[in-house]
Design a protein around this ligand. Structure first.
Ligand code: ADP
Length: 182
């Protein structure tokens, strides 16, 4: 059972790379953004609440996200492992995840950190066209990323070896680099 956390700013390509990695390593791709967007499409109570926050580029509250991730990881006992995309996004979520891993006995955890500069990120997000990809929401997300999410990497640097990957370039080339390093 191996676990990978893919970390990085909005628009850096976490979802794209996580999908490729999950196919290659036959592990479960778990995207918190996808789960929330599914819930929004279904119109569940969580979905309606999450959609309002997502469209503004704000974060869904920690206790909700931690519950979702704990459920997903506990229901995923028969696969080779998982890649977590979009979580943790706050120090609280990171600390909760450490406790969840301890409780479930998950020890083989790698942290991948994909990077790109702000201009590149804004350009990509503007071209993506998701309902939360308007300029105001993008600026909010980049701001929240810097203030609230980026410190999570400092948390991991203290307890783990963080693998840095340049997220600018051809999708296949970046993926090759990642697979080699993993
Ligand atoms: P991106 O690809 O831009 O990084 P995601 O698909 O990962 O976006 O997430 C979309 C939105 O879902 C976020 O802007 C946020 O509102 C919400 N979200 C996803 N994961 C989390 C989380 N771990 N904590 C709080 N909110 C989250």
């Amino acid at each position: 059972m191996q676990g990978i956390i893919i970390f990085g700013p909005p628009g850096v390509g976490k979802g794209t790379q996580a999908q490729l990695i999950s196919e290659r390593l036959k592990i479960y791709h778990f995207s918190t953004g996808e789960i929330l967007r599914d819930a929004a499409l279904k119109g569940t109570e969580l979905g309606i609440k999450a959609k309002a926050l997502m469209d503004e580029g704000r974060l869904v509250p920690d206790e909700i996200m931690i519950g979702i991730v704990k459920d997903a990881l506990s229901n995923n006992g028969n696969s080779n492992g998982f890649i977590l995309d979009g979580f943790p996004r706050t120090i609280e979520q990171a600390k909760a995840l450490t406790l969840i891993f301890d409780e479930f006995g998950f020890k083989d955890i790698k942290i991948l950190y994909l990077t790109a500069d702000d201009d590149e990120l804004t350009r990509r997000l503007m071209n993506r066209g998701r309902s939360d990809d308007n300029i105001q929401s993008i600026l909010t997300r980049l701001h929240i990323y810097k203030n609230t999410t980026a410190p999570v990497i400092d948390y991991y640097k203290r307890i783990k070896n963080v693998i840095y990957i340049n997220g600018v370039g051809e999708i296949e080339e970046i993926n090759k680099k990642i697979i080699e390093i993993l």
